[in-house]
Design a protein around this ligand. Structure first.
Ligand SMILES: O=c1ccn([C@@H]2O[C@H](COP(=O)(O)OP(=O)(O)O[C@H]3O[C@H](CO)[C@@H](O)[C@H](O)[C@H]3O)[C@@H](O)[C@H]2O)c(=O)[nH]1
Ligand SMILES: [Mn+2]
Length: 675
């Protein structure tokens, strides 16, 4: 059978499927998928509306684009269900999705007619060249623009005008948004926007299911952030469609290859692949990152280099988005299933097509209540696991502990493209959240270093340990950023002289680790400039996000700080974007995260200058101070964007004067306290 032979040849080898092979396979796999009636894919998109002044951190049009793409996948539409979780409970998101549902009826046939590869309308229209003239382009573009304007107008207004709504069903949906409805306190809303089997597109073809879900939120009941939202979707989708495959994507990510589900089926349906396969992870790849990736937002080491290594053991970790799960993996280990409290939630339950729509909806609403999980095993034995702000990393760790495996698939054409923060404050705040989540994991009962090493392959456990203890790196990094420099200012040599044989040990360790990192980075397709920025960001986060996370985590252990999920802003400021595209660092706000970064930049500059003076006064001193000068000089070289932002820049992204002044004061305090 062509399908089996060919698919087994593409299982390993970094999961790269050659295009010609997949093209040959496409028809076969769709036929296979058709034969196996239960292969349905469900997609969850998570949106959390949070108000940032008067603007939204997650614009509804992003969700519309993400949803339209997955709806347009090259996959039998009647086997595709898209669930959008709106964790902020916003009628604007519902309005945007209602518009998306109407537009999809034109968009899906247009994609098919022109055989598009880029199926997110925003990205598609941007990518069009003046010479391109696909069929119906003017018509579809006008429809998209008018939809976009309607959605954006509603977003600007902040509410949906019910009086102009001519559709009675839509009016009923919006009537849920009563006076007391807030993003943190509201009832569940589930709205079926497109129903497969009933709704047809312009060319009379089937449409996929499109379902809007906003789970109930009550201030008194913990909602477990994104993990809680994911578990609600798993239950709601179980009641409504219960597909055996579940794809999770974030609202800031859009699919970039319509054949992605077929690629995944190559693994999931192949009898030669380990039956314990729980998920297939596509790495997070990004759109709009500047040429040299100044914030090193790609996380190449983690998501592209180490993930390939892990793929040779039990598989990569779950990266929160772009991941296809076998639904069964959410219910216990491969050998013993944990049965959910309600039979309709079982992974093998077949939703009855003759059930009355109202009964199905009533049950779906029931499982999305905020109190539903109380005294159940959701979040501990079932679904996504709670207890860490990196619910993705933690859940995959426990899946691997239970004996599940995963596969890494990194095709040449990225399967998904996401957005990364374009200002340093957002980026470091995001890293602080990850770091707190990692510490939650490092010091819990099921820590990789204690529980992991007993429950899984030792190397894989060490891999998880490496990242969960990541924030602890702030200790050596801060010591190296301050101690040699303060000693240098005080003319105190702390490293062996250059002529001392011990000097070679230091030189070897430094050169060895840097060369290894450099080689890994470059050999995996990185550029020199990106590598340089990557090592710079390693130091910056080591003295900002990491120590802040350690402090916040410690305070949390004593009950002095509550865990919070600071959603990363996806709103793009035009000026900021221009500066970002030019490779400039964006400071702009007086964030405490910048204090240590600026203070250390100042201390290193002073220390390096003081070393130069010492050598100038006494040429023989160089032997004593060389290592310290090298370290200070290296930091100075890395700190160029910081000096630039303090002294030379005049734009709004420069270092706020307040931060500079406080940092100078801090530098003096550090110096005086040890002098
Ligand atoms: O209470 C919440 C918080 C977040 N989200 C959604 O979760 C997604 C990810 O949030 P975002 O702020 O964009 O997180 P990132 O900084 O991008 O986080 C990365 O790290 C997270 C934690 O490890 C993963 O869950 C993400 O998938 C991964 O992209 C977004 O769609 C949000 O709408 C919710 O639905 N409910
Ligand atoms: Mn994100």
């Amino acid at each position: 059978m062509i399908f089996q032979l060919s698919s087994s040849t593409i299982i390993r080898g970094r999961g790269v499927v050659k295009l010609d092979i997949i093209l040959l396979l496409v028809k076969e796999i769709v036929d296979q998928a058709n034969k196996i009636s239960h292969v349905i894919i469900e997609v969850g998109i998570y949106q959390w509306r949070s108000l940032l002044g008067s603007s939204y951190k997650e614009p509804p049009m992003d969700v519309v684009n993400a949803a339209l793409y997955v709806m347009a996948y090259d996959y039998p539409k009647e086997k595709l269900s898209v669930y959008v979780s709106d964790d902020g409970g916003s009628q604007l998101t519902l309005f945007a999705l209602m518009e998306a549902a109407k537009f999809a009826k034109h968009w899906l046939p247009f994609c098919r007619l022109n055989n598009l590869v880029v199926r997110s309308p925003e990205a598609y229209f941007k990518s069009l060249l003046p010479s391109d003239s696909p069929r119906n382009i003017h018509n579809i573009k006008a429809l998209y623009e008018s939809m976009k304007t309607r959605v954006e107008n509603v977003v600007i207004k902040g509410s949906v005008d019910h009086s102009t709504d001519d559709n009675e069903l839509d009016m009923i949906a919006f009537s849920k948004w009563t006076e007391g409805f807030t993003s943190q306190d509201h009832p569940s809303v589930i709205q079926v926007l497109l129903k497969s089997g009933i709704d047809k597109d312009d060319s009379d073809n089937q449409m996929p299911n499109l379902i809007y879900v906003s789970r109930e939120k009550r201030k008194a009941t913990p909602h477990h952030f994104k993990g809680g939202a994911l578990n609600t979707l798993i239950r709601v989708s179980a009641i409504m469609t219960n597909a055996p495959l579940v794809l999770t994507i974030d609202c800031d990510v859009y699919s970039n290859d319509p054949q992605t589900p077929l690629r995944v089926l190559c693994y999931m349906l192949d009898p030669c692949v380990d039956p314990n396969l729980a998920f297939v992870q596509f790495p997070q790849r990004f759109n709009g990152i500047n040429q040299n990736d100044v914030y090193s937002a790609e996380f190449k080491n983690w998501t592209e280099i180490d993930a390939v290594g892990l793929d040779g053991i039990l598989g990569p970790n779950y990266m929160g988005t772009g991941c296809f799960f076998r639904r069964r993996a959410f219910f216990g280990s491969p050998s013993s299933i944990v049965q959910p409290e309600c039979p309709q939630l079982r992974p093998d339950h077949v939703p009855c097509s003759s059930s009355r729509a109202e009964d199905v909806l009533a049950l779906a609403l029931d499982v999305s209540h905020s109190s539903y999980e109380a005294s159940t095993e959701w979040g501990s034995q079932m679904g996504f696991i709670y207890g860490s702000l990196v619910e993705d990393y933690y859940t995959s760790f426990l899946l691997h502990c239970k004996g599940w495996r995963s596969i890494y698939c990194n095709p040449n054409r990225p399967a998904f493209l996401g957005n990364a923060p374009i200002n340093l404050h957002d980026f470091l705040t995001m890293l602080k959240r990850y770091s707190i989540g990692l510490l939650d994991m490092a010091f819990c009962k099921t820590s990789p270093i204690t529980f992991g090493v007993q429950s899984m392959n030792l190397l894989q456990a060490l891999g998880y340990t490496h990242y969960s203890f990541w924030p602890i790196w702030c200790i050596p990094i801060t010591i190296y950023a301050l101690l040699p420099q303060i000693a240098l200012i005080n003319s105190l040599p702390i490293f062996p002289k250059v002529s001392d044989p011990w000097f070679m040990v230091y030189a070897f360790l430094f050169v060895g680790s840097y060369v290894q990192d450099f080689m890994e980075y470059i050999l995996n397709g990185g550029t020199y400039a990106k590598w340089w920025n990557n090592q710079r960001m390693w130091m910056i986060r080591g003295i900002s996000s990491f120590p802040f996370a350690v402090v916040e985590y410690t305070l949390g252990c004593f009950g002095l700080s509550a865990p919070g999920y600071s959603v990363t802003s996806k709103v793009v400021d035009v000026k900021q974007n221009q500066r970002y595209d030019c490779g400039m660092f964006e400071f702009g706000v007086a964030s405490p995260l910048f204090f240590p970064v600026t203070t250390i930049a100042i201390i290193n500059l002073v220390a390096f200058s003081s070393g130069v003076v010492q050598i100038w006064r006494n040429a023989n001193a160089y032997e004593d101070v060389l290592v310290q000068m090298f370290i200070a000089g290296f930091v100075v070289l890395n700190s160029w964007p910081i000096y630039d932002a303090i002294i030379f820049r005049a734009d709004t992204g420069k270092m706020p004067v307040k931060v500079s002044l406080i940092s100078v004061a801090l530098a003096c305090i550090v110096y005086l306290s040890v002098a």
